[in-house]
Every structure is written in structure tokens, then in C-alpha cells.
Design a protein around this ligand. Structure first.
Ligand SMILES: Cc1cc2nc3c(=O)[nH]c(=O)nc-3n(C[C@H](O)[C@H](O)[C@H](O)COP(=O)(O)OP(=O)(O)OC[C@H]3O[C@@H](n4cnc5c(N)ncnc54)[C@H](O)[C@@H]3O)c2cc1C
Length: 363
């Protein structure tokens, strides 16, 4: 292993490994990915993994998610079977009063080509008979689906390695300095030199940003998920709140709590989540829950991804977001364009770091 690279990516979750893989397709850069732990130790190993588009708002954000979902079949042909299923997505509502906002959502998303149907109770139950008869209706879109995050990250890394990307795991970045226009990255095991650096550090981005002299406005938000025993096929669609994996397990939950890096599960949220599951799918009352897990999301302060250059430091870039599973194929593609050509095929203006008043740079 040399210690000089064109690009060092910090973080080997779904975002960092996608960037490394897409960049390696060009075969013209020496690339190193560093991780303080192992690739699925962060959020990417504790996620629902919906590839979810239809109620991402405003419409430009929905459009980005749609474009990324569109890349998944092509990605699978390149890196292998990541168990991507374009199941279609259902977001139920329980009050007739919500139908009007569902219609408005459909109208808005149609402006960017996201096709949403607003369904009656009967139409939803015809599609997904396991849903509760108490629902009033749902929004439905064909583009939504889900993926196996473990296979996704593993196959990104395998494909990147095939293209000669180097990885160094269990190797935290402890310091970053600028030296003659290059980055000097001190890790627990070594010092690496890089022309370009990418922060893909998920929930840890604030801490790693500080090593570069920038304060990046993101917060940590815990989510707790319940997992059932493997069940016979029960739900066909990805439902806002749950999905059934290929092995029959149903993953349930979308809780949000700001408790820092605490990844414990708690009885109150488990109980609320179980109640939500049964309200949605009454048959789940009989299912055994075999485990619960919690993950720490990173959520930029305004809720939208931060993707692009760090404005005050030449050759430093950032890619941090909620919905990194949905967005990883597109983010990998756009970051490759940016690092290679300095411009992107899709305007990143909504995603720039300097949109935040809270963004602070000490360099
Ligand atoms: C409960 C839950 C449900 C979710 N559901 C969905 C969903 O349905 N669909 C969706 O699209 N998204 C979902 N998300 C969000 C999604 O999982 C994340 O956006 C995505 O995993 C983020 O990937 P990442 O690569 O940015 O971060 P991570 O996977 O956290 O990777 C960051 C990496 O950086 C490394 N790192 C940090 N600091 C250092 C350092 N100093 N030195 C070296 N390495 C370092 C870490 O070890 C880690 O491996 C969910 C998240 C949670 C918690």
C-alpha cells in the first residue's frame, strides 16, 4: 500500500463506498477509503433500506430520489444482485381529510415526472389485502422499492476493489492538515497524502469536519426498528412504515429521537412501533418479534442532503445525507463527475453546504 492517493474517501458506508466505486469506474485515480470501523458499522448497517421516492418533498428532492431509484437496475447489472425490488410504495392515510393533501402531493410531484395515484380504501385493499380496513386511502407510486443494504455495501466494495480501490478498515482518521496544496491525513495506523478528500462520514461528520476546520450543520437522529420472525409472504409493497425482506422478515418502524450516538432500543418506542404495525397490518398481532435494532441517522439541519465542494477548502468535498440508501447511486455518479470534471450533470445548487447560515469555516 502506497501512502499517496489522488482521492481519499473517509467513511465506507453506503455513501462512501458508492463514491469510491463510481469513481473507480474511470480507472484514472488512485483511491483510498478509510473507515474507523467496518463498512456496515454505521447507519448503513442499521437501516430500513427503502429506495423511497414518492413523498419526498419538495419536488426537486423527490426528483433526485427518483433519478437515483432509476439507476438501481443498471447498478445491479454492474455490481451484482443487491436484492433491489421495485415493489411500488404505499403511504396509507387514516382520515378522509388527508385526501386533499395527498392530491396536492400528487400534483406537485407530477411536475417533475413522479407518478402518484391517490387511492380509495377499496383500491388500496385490492392491492395490499393485509392492510387494515380502517385506512381511508393511500398514495401509491410504482417507483418505490427496497434493497438489501448489506449486499449493497458489500458489492459496492467488491466492485471498487476489482477496480483497484484500496480500503483501510479499523483505522480512524485523527487529524487532517493542508500541506503544499495536499491533504495530510493522520490515521491510527499511518499518514496518507491526498490531492482530493471526500467526507462521507455519516453521523460523525461534525467531528471529522472539525479536523478540517469546518463546522457542518448536521444532527444525529436515532431510529428503532422491529424485526419479525420470517413470515410467509404477507406484504407485497413497500409500505411507509415497513417492508418484507426476501427471507420473510418484516422490518417495522420509522421513529425519530435526538439522543446523540445512543444506539439502545427502548421499551416505549418498541411498544409504539408494535402498535403502529398492528394498526397498519392487523395480522402482525400474531407475529413474533425476534429482534429490535437502532441506528443513528445523520440529518442535515434543514433535512436535505449536503453534496458538493466544501466552499472554503479547495479539493475538499462532502456527501452527507439522510436517505443515503435511496440516493447512493446518484450521489456516487454526481461526486464522480465533480471530482473528475469539476461540474455535474445535475445542478447541485440545492445541496451546497453554503446554503446554511449555521455553516462555519475557520479556514
Ligand atoms: C432506522 C433507520 C432507517 C433508515 N431508513 C432508510 C430508508 O428506508 N431509506 C434510505 O434511503 N435511508 C434510510 N436511512 C438512512 C440511511 O441508512 C443513511 O442515510 C445511510 O446509511 C448513510 O450512509 P453513510 O455512508 O452516509 O453513513 P454511515 O453508514 O454511517 O457510514 C459512515 C462511515 O464513516 C465512518 N467514520 C466516521 N468517522 C470516521 C473517522 N474519524 N475516521 C474514519 N472513518 C470514520 C464510520 O465508521 C462509518 O462506517 C435510515 C436510517 C436509520 C437509522
Amino acid at each position: 500500500m502506497t501512502n499517496k492517493y489522488d482521492v481519499v474517501v473517509i467513511g465506507s458506508g453506503v455513501v462512501g463506498s458508492s463514491i469510491a466505486y463510481h469513481l473507480s469506474e474511470k480507472k484514472d485515480k488512485e483511491i483510498l477509503v478509510l473507515d474507523q470501523s467496518y463498512p456496515l458499522s454505521g447507519t448503513s448497517g442499521s437501516t430500513q433500506a427503502w429506495v423511497w421516492v414518492h413523498n419526498k418533498t419538495p419536488a426537486w428532492y423527490g426528483e433526485l430520489s427518483m433519478l437515483s431509484a432509476e439507476l438501481y437496475p443498471f447498478l445491479e447489472r454492474k455490481i451484482g444482485d443487491v436484492e433491489y425490488k421495485r415493489t411500488g410504495g404505499i403511504a396509507p392515510f387514516f382520515n378522509e381529510a388527508d385526501r386533499e393533501s395527498a392530491r396536492r402531493l400528487a400534483e406537485k410531484q407530477a411536475e417533475v415526472g413522479i407518478d402518484i395515484d391517490v387511492l380509495t380504501r377499496e383500491q388500496v385493499l385490492e392491492k395490499e389485502p393485509a392492510l387494515s380496513a380502517n385506512i381511508a386511502g393511500a398514495t401509491f407510486s410504482k417507483i418505490d422499492g427496497n434493497v438489501n443494504p448489506f449486499r449493497l455495501v458489500e458489492l459496492y466494495i467488491k466492485a471498487a476493489k476489482k477496480n483497484h480501490v484500496q480500503f483501510s478498515f479499523y483505522n480512524p482518521v485523527m487529524d487532517i492538515k493542508r500541506n503544499n496544496g495536499m491533504f495530510e491525513i493522520t490515521t491510527e495506523k499511518d499518514v496518507f497524502i491526498a490531492k482530493q478528500i471526500v467526507l462521507a462520514t455519516g453521523p460523525w461528520t461534525r467531528e471529522v469536519g472539525k479536523l478540517l476546520g469546518v463546522d457542518i450543520p448536521v444532527k444525529q437522529v436515532r431510529g428503532q426498528i422491529l424485526v419479525t420472525e420470517p413470515l410467509a409472504p404477507l406484504i407485497k409493497y413497500t409500505i411507509a412504515g415497513m417492508r418484507q425482506a426476501d427471507n420473510g422478515e418484516i422490518l417495522i418502524g420509522y421513529s425519530k429521537e435526538e439522543v446523540g450516538y445512543d444506539r439502545r432500543t427502548t421499551l416505549d418506542v418498541i411498544q409504539d412501533t408494535a402498535k403502529m404495525a398492528v394498526d397498519y397490518i392487523p395480522a402482525l398481532a400474531k407475529a413474533n418479534i425476534v429482534r429490535c435494532f437502532a441506528g443513528v441517522r445523520v440529518i442535515p439541519n434543514d433535512g436535505y442532503p449536503i453534496v458538493g465542494p466544501i466552499p472554503t477548502i479547495d479539493n475538499a468535498y462532502i456527501a452527507v445525507m439522510h436517505s443515503g440508501i435511496t440516493l447512493s447511486p446518484l450521489v456516487g455518479t454526481l461526486m464522480t463527475e465533480l471530482l473528475t470534471d469539476g461540474e455535474t450533470s445535475i445542478d447541485l445548487k440545492n445541496l451546497q453546504l453554503d446554503r446554511f447560515n449555521e455553516f462555519k469555516s475557520f479556514v
